[in-house]
Design a protein around this ligand. Structure first.
Ligand code: MIG
Length: 798
């Protein structure tokens, strides 16, 4: 063993002065005297990519994070030089590259303000043990700068003052501040002087981010290997940064089937079949809406993936059909570990075809998981992913399972240090062979990707539904996700709120938490408060580990059951609203939940808020996070808000007390909003929608709302078979006008809108629909009437 490597240790190394410069269309190369090359690619006017090679030899340019659909192209590209710098100008950015040492400074092209500047900039340390470099970058933290994003970190929204690590880790019962947990999303946003930018460090090795923890005014990031390869993404709006980031790393390939936005009930585990039926029957009996029921690991034969325990589930196909007839979609778990068992066909086939991961010297990567000793498919090999996808044929096509849940894909291994594969495990990495050091953070993503392709193939013509626990940037293209094994505590409720918001601003909106807590048991109050929050999470699932008591909506007595039902019903009413937000997210990458800072970065008060968020575009929500609370203080963003429960108006821009006993929670609607609602259904598709309700909230001024609908599943919407309605509301002191613009070829099942006007500042004299006067009926100060869905202009005159 080499005990002293000091001779090899050269410390931090830095680029020296530029001696050569070359431009090739959109890419510039700067080479230094000490043989470092910086490659700058102008991806778009607002997106620059920086790559450094310390011996001027770049790696094969391959990324799992970047989507092939990322847009390219810019309107302007000028290169100049002055005494000290090369200067790159696009229509959005000016980037200085120092001739002395490759340090960069980026400015807003419009007003020339400094957005982001290198402190030491790029530097590196040679890695004696593994070869290659430990690559490092440091940036100056500007005056009043705050930091956000970074995927799933269970800490306050604003990351300033903290250091993080990205290394996907199984984290049973993690605590506040635990780091790293299940996901590795090396993307952050910086915000200062009301302008925001983002940095995506596309390096899959273990990476680190320090936001002014080590040094008060320095932010840095580094990785154990690979290249310093990062994208600078300009806003200046935070939502534009996220949208540009998801343009690079991708948006979901399609909107989820509508049922996937309903309520999901899960537990580790519901078995045998009679238990599953008991649970689903109870939902229907108690009239609590529910769309999905989950089968955790015990449905399998000795935890062998793609098998069934025939004692517990003698006829899965029949059961799944019966559940489907009752409106339940069955979702089944599939883990990566394949049991070593010569009688097991999946194992035998993978062994024969050489699909399992191996150690450096040749043995298979053997690890203990639920089935006992296992081998693990190398999902980083295209052929293995195809094989894996095909394994779903029976489960999906024959048995009729509608969704698959990928767990343990960090990958998790039991009873070993580090809880995962050793570093020396080899991976194909799509033809770029490497060790687990490089493949670890994308292993789960590639498993979810292969699963997604299997489901896509065998669910056709319906849309696939997948959930994953581990993820790297870009995983949002294939799957939904949850925040892993949380705990039934009030603090975890607060964390769930933050974690899901942060996932949304990290480009991954289809996220939720284990409602009620996975470990330990909530009391009825905590469970109910958690369901209330879950109503406003993109992924809405109750899950818990079996050994801590029951966590079904009825497990906490009739009072809580009634409240929980009432809130799940709100979710079902809001389905067209949420579906529209999903469609916006898949189209433009606009986060489905907007933390207040993302909603209004110009209002300084929002920069350190954690609890309040905007659901979709128009609904302000603030969960109750304390026991015995009868309400709470919350910050209202600037603007006017209607209390969802009583239509009272709140003027934003300050903190206020809001009453919210256990049967209520703070929900507010942005003035001018038009909120589409479906009738309450026990599951998606239970009823044919015969009328769309539109809740209209008056505003003096203008506001645009939209509602997107289609067949609720399938791919026809991509061919234009959707219905998009834009509502332009204009309110004046004595009138309210709504203009409707419709596009798309889908014909909705309903013919009429039920319009509910929530408070008007004037008395109605008449209502005209396309210039024809209609009769009106007054209901407790609210005005409700029915009009044709084809209306073009609704005019309410005071
Ligand atoms: O080692 O499948 O996070 O949701 O219920 C535990 C059993 C394995 C961890 C998941 C959890 C799931 C559980 N799994």
């Amino acid at each position: 063993m080499i005990l002293n490597t000091e001779l090899e240790y050269k410390g931090n190394l830095f680029p020296s002065k530029i001696v050569f410069y070359k431009k090739n269309v959109d890419t510039l190369y700067f080479k230094t005297e000490n043989n470092v090359t910086l490659q700058v690619t102008v991806e778009r006017d607002s997106v620059l990519r920086f790559r450094f090679a310390t011996s001027s030899i770049f790696e094969n340019d391959f990324s799992y994070g970047i989507t092939m659909y990322a847009s390219k192209g810019y309107n302007k590209l000028e290169i100049e030089e002055d005494k000290n710098n090369y200067i790159i100008t696009t229509s959005k950015l000016i980037c200085h590259i120092s001739k002395l040492d490759l340090r960069t400074a980026i400015f807003d092209a419009k007003d020339k303000t400094l957005i982001c500047e290198d402190e030491l900039g790029f530097h590196w340390e040679e890695s004696y043990e593994f070869g290659g470099d430990i690559v490092k970058m440091s940036k100056t933290s500007l005056d009043g700068e705050s930091y956000f994003g970074l995927g799933d970190k269970p800490v306050d929204i604003n990351l300033k003052g903290k250091r993080f690590e990205n290394w996907a880790t199984d984290s049973y019962a993690y605590v506040r501040g635990a780091d790293p947990i299940y996901k590795a999303i090396p993307f952050y946003l910086g915000l200062h002087h009301k302008k925001a930018y983002g940095i995506f460090f596309d390096n899959t090795f273990r990476s680190y981010f320090d936001f002014c923890q080590e040094k008060r005014n320095v932010t840095s990031f580094w990785a154990d290997g690979g290249e310093m390869n990062y994208y600078f993404i300009y806003g200046p709006e935070m939502s534009e940064v996220v949208s540009n980031y998801t343009d690079l790393t991708g948006r979901p390939h399609h909107i989820p089937p509508l049922w996937a936005l309903g309520f999901h009930q899960c537990k580790w585990s519901y078995y045998p079949e009679a238990k599953v039926k008991e649970v689903t029957n109870m939902f229907r009996e108690l009239k609590i809406p529910c769309d999905a029921i989950y089968l955790d690991i015990d449905y399998m034969e000795g935890f062998r993936c793609f098998t069934w325990n025939k004692e517990y589930f003698p006829d899965p196909k029949r059961m799944v059909k019966e559940l489907a007839d009752d409106g339940f979609k069955t979702v089944a778990i599939i883990d990566p570990g394949i049991k070593i068992d010569n009688e097991y066909s999946v194992y035998k086939e993978a062994l024969e075809k050489d699909y399992f991961c191996k150690r450096a010297d040749g043995p298979y990567m053997k690890g203990k998981v639920w089935p006992g000793e296992c081998y693990f498919p190398d999902f980083t090999k295209p052929e293995v992913r195809e094989w894996w996808a095909d394994l779903f044929k029976e489960l999906i096509e024959d048995i009729g399972v509608k969704g698959v849940w990928n767990d343990m894909n960090e990958p998790a291994v039991m009873d070993v240090p580090g809880k995962t594969f050793p570093n020396d495990v080899r991976h194909d990495y799509d033809g770029n062979p490497c060790s687990h050091r490089k493949a670890h953070n994308i292993y789960g993503m590639q498993m979810a990707r292969a699963t997604y392709h299997g489901l896509k193939k065998f669910s056709y013509p319906k849309r696939p539904f997948v959930i994953t626990r581990s993820a790297y940037s870009g995983t949002q293209r294939y799957t939904s996700t949850w925040t892993g094994d949380n705990v039934a505590t009030w603090d975890h409720l607060a964390l769930a709120n933050i974690q899901v918001q942060r996932m949304c601003m990290s480009g991954f909106s289809f996220a939720g938490s284990d409602i009620g807590g996975f470990a330990e048991q909530p009391n009825g109050e905590l469970f109910t408060r958690w369901v209330q929050l879950g109503v406003f999470h993109p992924f809405f699932r109750v899950h818990s580990s079996g050994d801590h008591g029951d966590q079904e909506p009825w497990a906490f007595g009739p009072t809580m059951t009634d409240i929980v039902r009432k809130f799940i019903e709100i979710r079902y009413q809001l389905l067209p609203y949420l579906y529209t937000a999903f469609w916006r997210y898949t189209e433009d990458g606009i986060p489905i939940l907007k933390s207040l800072v993302l909603f209004d970065q110009h209002d300084q008060h929002t920069n350190y808020r954690n609890d309040e968020f905007i659901f979709g575009e128009k609904i302000l929500v603030c969960p109750i996070l304390e026991q015995n609370a009868k309400g709470r203080r919350m910050y209202f963003p600037i603007g006017k808000w209607y209390n969802f429960w009583d239509n009272s108006i709140v003027i934003g821009g300050e903190e206020k007390w809001v009453d919210a006993d256990i049967d209520s929670m703070p929900i507010f609607i942005k003035e001018g909003a038009i909120i589409p609602k479906y009738p309450i259904q026990q599951y998606v598709g239970e009823k044919i929608i015969e009328q769309l309700e539109l809740d209209v909230y008056f505003k003096e001024g203008k506001e645009v709302s939209e509602v997107f609908e289609d067949a609720q599943d399938g791919f026809d919407y991509k061919k234009g078979r959707y219905s998009l309605r834009n509502f332009n509301l204009v309110g004046k002191t004595n009138s309210l006008t709504i203009l409707q613009f419709k596009s798309g070829k889908f014909i909705t099942t309903y013919e009429t809108f039920k319009i509910n006007i929530h408070s008007l500042p004037f008395k109605i004299k008449s209502i005209e629909v396309d210039n024809e006067e209609i009769d009106i009926k007054m209901l407790n100060g609210n005005i409700t009437f029915v009009i044709t869905k084809e209306f073009r202009e609704l005019h309410i005159i005071g």
